[in-house]
Design a protein around this ligand. Structure first.
Ligand code: HSE
Length: 412
């Protein structure tokens, strides 16, 4: 029998306990051993819940119990999760976590401790909830050199952008409704400003490129500046606006970015709507592979956690090798990364403004929305962001241009 402990009896923790109890026989069969939840740690009491019998408020009960071989950390946040996880690993217990903040910030160190002790630190649930991503990257796509990962890694923002598109509503209106329905957090900043997606792409990039990608080095822009007008332009040119988290190899260097991006409606990620997540992985042998599913929620996340527990049971005294090394990735600066810009400008004088755009950006093709009389948009040719920014600065100084309303990256 393998004894395990669950740290945190919130949404995910209670889901994990429920899944292990509900699918006990098949899980034990797949693990090849009987799994027993010996402790659940939480500050709170749960009167009447069967978990009461195994509930503890004291982490020392778990860390000092040699029978506990696997610790599941589903508390979230950095502290005390980091201290508990590190101590568990140092005392020879494998750890399974769903905590993306923890993995993004301390994954390199925690993986190293696990490697040195021939135990495991597993984190499938930290990115994409129930969608298998970490294991495929680490164990299935190993013949390939991955050269790009691009994903919709945040359900809240994808839901908001989908509703803005389908219902023609503003960001604020949709966010408010999403909060009322419980789809968006009361404090939605981590989601709408892109920080959640940033941590997730940092984790995937560290795995895919085999070095530590520091989430603080990743350029991150959220969706708060996307307006109904941007959406109308996107519709006119048969594109969708998505918050994309991407990391890509360009000539042996890697860049990573989280930002709203205009993608053609033919792009596979354009079809990902509502709270769903999807990740497109490009490898030099396999080609394109896409993963799709529920990126959050009690049971999708619990499913990934329990799958990791099964893996940890199957590899009790054997470390599952991760290519994520302690070496740090020096990311490319955004100014050196080639991209196209969609630019919306307000003009003083239509003909002159059009000529200026043609002179500075070399494009004649502009996009006009019938109901908007004092603005138009255009899509630039592909150039580095540094050059594009210089051109934007030149355009801003022209008399016929009243202002730049918005700039959104375009990917094909
Ligand atoms: N808040 C996240 C999202 C879920 O909206 O996708 C947890 O990672």
């Amino acid at each position: 029998m393998i004894h395990i402990a669950v740290l945190g009896y919130g949404t995910v923790g209670s889901g994990v306990v429920e899944v292990i109890n509900r699918n006990r026989d098949s899980i034990n069969k797949k693990a090849g051993k009987e799994i027993n939840i010996k402790y659940v740690l939480d500050l709170r009491d749960f009167p009447g819940d069967p978990v009461e019998k195994i509930l503890t408020h004291d982490i020392e009960d778990i860390l000092n119990d040699e029978e506990v071989r696997i610790v599941i950390e589903v508390m979230g946040g950095i502290e005390p999760a980091y201290t508990y996880v590190k101590r568990a690993l140092l005392s020879g217990k494998s750890v399974v976590t769903s905590n993306k903040e923890l993995v993004a910030k301390h994954g390199t160190e925690l993986l190293k401790i696990a490697r040195e002790r021939d135990i495991n630190f597993l984190f499938e649930a930290s990115v994409g909830g129930g969608i298998p991503l970490i294991r495929p990257l680490n164990q299935s796509l190993t013949a390939d050199e991955i050269y790009e990962i691009t994903g919709i890694l945040n359900g809240t923002t994808n839901y908001i952008l989908t509703k803005m598109t389908e219902e023609g509503k503003s960001f604020d209106e949709v966010l408010k409704r999403a909060q009322e329905k419980g789809y968006a957090e009361r404090d939605p900043r981590a989601d709408v400003e892109g920080h959640d997606a940033c941590r997730k792409i940092a984790i995937l990039s560290s795995l895919a490129f085999g070095m530590e990608v520091n989430y603080e080095d990743i350029y991150t822009e959220g969706i708060t500046k996307i307006t109904e007008k941007d959406i109308l332009y996107a519709e006119k040119i048969k594109h969708s606006i998505k918050l994309l988290a991407t990391s890509k190899k360009i000539d042996h260097r890697v860049f990573a970015r989280v930002s709203p991006v205009l993608i053609s409606n033919d792009h596979p990620l354009a079809m990902v709507k509502g709270v769903f997540n999807a990740v497109l992985v490009k490898g030099n042998v396999v080609g394109d592979v896409m993963f799709y599913g529920k990126g959050a929620g009690k049971f999708p996340t619990a499913s990934a956690v329990v799958a990791d527990v099964v893996d940890a049971v199957k590899h009790l005294n054997r470390n599952i090798v991760f290519s994520w090394s302690t070496e740090k990735m020096d990311l490319m600066e955004l100014k050196d990364v080639p991209v196209r810009y969609f630019v919306r400008i307000k003009y003083e004088d239509f003909e002159n403004a059009k000529n200026e755009v043609e002179q500075v950006f070399g494009t004649k093709e502009i996009i006009v929305l019938e109901n908007l009389k004092d603005e138009f948009a255009f899509i630039s040719n592909e150039e580095t962001e540094g050059i594009l920014q210089e051109k934007i600065d030149i355009l801003k100084k022209e008399k016929s241009i009243k202002g730049i309303e918005n700039i959104i990256r375009v990917e094909y």
